[in-house]
Design a protein around this ligand. Structure first.
Ligand code: ATR
Length: 292
């Protein structure tokens, strides 16, 4: 039984809609597990209400919030300071309230992915020169900037709509002297030549979506294959990669690890991402009582 006192630490997730978010489940699990007096609530906020809500948040005693669709880009202009990585990515997913009520925006999506990769394949940093990213949406943008900040040498972006990949390459600019290139979707099979890490950031392979049509023949045997799709946990891409003997990294870890910096701030302690945390997120949602 969770008890929340009048002094409880407050945090939440802002979105519109927000009902699908698993963040309340995760953060309240951590509050309870660490024996903390705190609560994390869903905050359904329409776009036109976002600015006044953000001004009110610290005044209501909130220690911070996570941000989900459609507010991630708008949040850049509503906080007092933006972390450089979030500014480069152009999206904020975590806002921390400082001592004087100031708001600082961060993007922890890419760092969450890397933290999970560190856990699954601790040698990847030393072994990775060339990364192939499939997709050019918001998730690809976060990963691309984070990979370049981590010092990889070559990044190939392969996307169905070539203009989106080209726009992301232009946005990435000259980062750390890395070679960044956009490749046509038709080239995706050949793009795998010489890759050390392949990451799918498209929605292909997700429940209800077609599988990703990708021939892994050109991928070196030592390459790691990752997917950010986590429903199902083992996507057709990951199953095929495993069958071929590749090390694989599933999408659930990114979802869990991106939450760590926020909770560390509002919980005052660093939460552990372990098997129990993974099981919690995979459990089917509690059924709503039927009307009538
Ligand atoms: P997110 O912000 O989660 O990355 P998004 O911006 O909608 O989501 O991006 C989805 C990605 O999946 C895009 O790269 C998209 O390709 P396009 O830019 O061409 O739209 C990719 N995607 C979705 N469906 C696809 C399909 N059937 N074939 C190839 N790529 C697909």
């Amino acid at each position: 039984m969770v008890t929340i006192s009048g002094k409880a630490r407050l945090a939440g997730v802002l979105g519109w809609p927000v009902g699908h978010s698993k963040s309340p489940l995760l953060h309240n699990f951590w509050f309870e597990r660490h024996g903390l007096d705190g609560v994390y609530v869903p905050l359904p906020v329409a776009p036109e209400d976002l600015a006044p809500v953000m001004r009110a948040l610290p005044r209501m005693g909130f220690l911070g919030c996570n941000v989900t669709l459609p507010h991630k880009a708008a949040m850049l202009d509503l906080v007092d300071a933006v972390d450089p990585l979030a500014a480069a990515i152009g999206a904020v997913n975590t806002v921390l309230v400082g001592d004087a009520g100031s708001l600082t925006g961060y993007n922890t999506d890419g760092l969450g992915f890397l933290a999970h990769l560190d856990g699954c394949a601790p040698d990847w940093r030393a072994a990775t020169r060339r990364v192939v990213l499939l997709g050019a949406g918001g998730a690809a943008r976060a990963l691309a900037f984070t990979f370049l900040a981590a010092g990889i040498h070559e990044l190939a972006l392969v996307n169905r709509t070539p203009e989106r990949a080209a726009a992301l390459v232009a946005r990435l600019g000259d980062q750390n002297d890395a070679a960044v290139l956009a490749l046509p979707w038709a080239e995706r099979h050949r793009a795998l030549e010489g890759a050390d890490l392949l990451v799918n950031t498209t929605s292909l392979g997700m429940v209800g979506q077609p599988a990703l049509d990708l021939d892994l023949a050109a991928l070196p045997a030592t390459a790691i294959v990752a997917d950010i799709v986590y429903t199902p946990l083992s996507t057709p891409l990951l199953s095929e990669a495993r069958r071929r003997g590749h090390r694989t990294v599933d999408g659930l870890g990114m979802l869990l690890h991106q939450a760590v910096p926020g909770f560390t701030h509002w919980g005052g302690t660093r939460p552990v991402v372990d098997e129990a945390t993974r099981r919690l997120m995979l459990a089917p949602p509690v059924a709503e009582p039927k009307a009538g």
